[in-house]
Design a protein around this ligand. Structure first.
Ligand code: HAM
Length: 423
């Protein structure tokens, strides 16, 4: 037996777990593509500086959780595994001049991301996100579209009680005054704060609102809220988004201290939360507007908005509530045979059936026909074809054991199709 194990916080998914993840991934692409979002497949690693500058050096995601790659001798730019999609997708938008396409550019990706966090149920070092970005539209209409898309996706999967917690984190005009108010609020307890939080107090007080340290968490409960500090334009933007969502059938819950864990947000910020679920597991997803990010990473100022929903957490939630996702696909027809000489013919027939769109596999293990039939029955096969030593076929309907002997290949295919149709 090998002593190797999957890396901590990274999982092997197989059987029903892999089927459930695949079903959610497919549903995610289907929902986004039906709404006009096109797939983008971007690299799994980017320059570390993209994340440091874009997501923010004071965020947990960059300061503590970034997987930095050891550089090859000939490479001068340090790379890191991507902890999220937004910075890389915006980098691609800028690099490929997508500004000249009709705006907004609507993009979707369902893919793995990496954060060196402490693993627990629902929190992994490799996890999958359903990520949607709409780039090049200052809103507020696109804000409503994107928030509704994520909410209705979760509802359609069966998570009907999902809550949308909503806030505005202001813009570069009004946020400094809010940051100052926060600094004043936390200053009296500076001595109780850890080193990281003391740095945040000085450089980036908004990050104190998502600190996990007890002293900061306690103080955050009475911290000034954002809405009182918004400029007129930000407040008006938030009002239109809230009203539009109401008409679109999405009830939002105001969350005046919601800032999210990444630095690039401006104005609209929200989270999809499942009530009554412990810890972070209930945080199914979140997103926001990031109008300042393009300029920060070297592009022309471009408004944008998006969200990411954690596929692993969605799968856990569906499982905990016993909501069916996709079952493991099984071959409907198994082609058995007598004698090793028929194995090539069994494989040819299975391939032919699959080419006609019907799931099929050949039994290729050296074993008696009785064992082959047991295996087919265990797999839930609908039909079994037996290739006789003289090359003739017999066909067995597994539902009632009835057997027939089609005379040629065309009648085998017709008979199988009729049996599959009956299921
Ligand atoms: P985020 O809040 O960091 O946002 O992540 C979004 C979701 O990804 C979380 O709500 C959670 O469901 C899932 N997630 C995050 N970390 C883990 C983990 N370690 N294990 C399992 N699931 C996890 C973003 O990533 C932003 N890029 C979202 C966004 C897109 N904003 C604008 N556009």
């Amino acid at each position: 037996m090998s002593g190797f194990q999957a890396p901590r916080g990274m999982r092997d998914l197989f059987g029903a777990d892999a089927a459930a993840v695949t079903a959610v991934e497919r549903a995610a692409y289907a929902a986004a593509e039906a709404a006009g979002y096109q797939r983008i497949i971007s690299p799994i690693a980017e320059e570390s500086a993209l994340f440091e500058r874009g997501i923010g050096g004071a965020t947990d995601v960059v300061a503590k959780e970034l997987y930095r790659l050891a550089p090859h001798a000939e490479d001068s730019t340090p790379l890191a595994l991507r902890p999220e999609a937004t910075a890389g997708i915006l980098r691609a938008y800028i690099q490929h001049g997508m500004r000249s396409a009709p705006q907004p550019v609507r993009l979707v990706t369902v893919a793995p991301f990496f954060r060196h966090d402490r693993p627990q149920k629902g929190r992994y070092r490799q996890f999958t996100q359903f990520n949607v970005e709409a780039i090049g539209d200052a809103g507020p209409g696109i804000d409503i579209e994107v928030i509704e898309l994520g909410a209705s996706f979760l509802k359609q999967l069966g998570l009907t009680d999902v809550e949308v917690h909503f806030n505005s984190v202001g813009c570069s005009g009004c946020r400094p005054a809010y940051a100052a108010a926060l600094r004043a609020h936390f200053a009296p307890i500076e001595g109780e704060l850890g080193e990281v939080d003391r740095t945040r107090l000085r450089d980036n007080p908004l990050r104190l609102l998502d600190s996990k340290d007890a002293a900061a968490v306690r103080r955050a409960e009475s911290a000034p809220a954002l809405p009182g500090h918004l400029c007129d334009a930000c407040a008006a933007h938030a009002d239109v988004v809230r009203a539009g969502l109401d008409v679109a059938g999405v009830k939002v819950i105001d969350a005046p201290r919601l800032v999210r864990g990444l630095d690039y947000y401006s104005r609209t910020a929200w989270e999809y939360l499942l009530p009554g679920v412990e810890g972070q597991q209930g945080a199914l997803g979140g997103g926001g507007r990031y109008d300042g990010l393009a300029a920060l990473i070297g592009g022309t100022a471009t408004p944008a908005i998006g969200f990411a929903i954690g596929v692993d957490r969605v799968v856990h939630a569906l499982h905990d509530r016993k909501i069916e996702t996709g079952a493991v696909a099984q071959p409907l027809t198994v082609i058995c045979g007598i004698g090793e000489g028929s194995i090539g013919e069994r494989i040819r027939l299975a391939s032919l059936l699959r080419a006609t769109g019907s799931a099929a596999r050949a039994d290729v293990t050296p074993r008696k026909i009785g064992k082959q039939l047991e295996g087919a029955s265990r797999d839930g096969a609908v039909a079994v074809i037996i290739v006789e030593p003289d090359g003739r076929y017999s066909l067995r309907a597994m539902i009632d054991g009835k057997q027939e002997e089609p005379t040629d290949e065309a009648s085998v295919l017709r008979a199988v199709a009729a049996l599959v149709k009956r299921t």
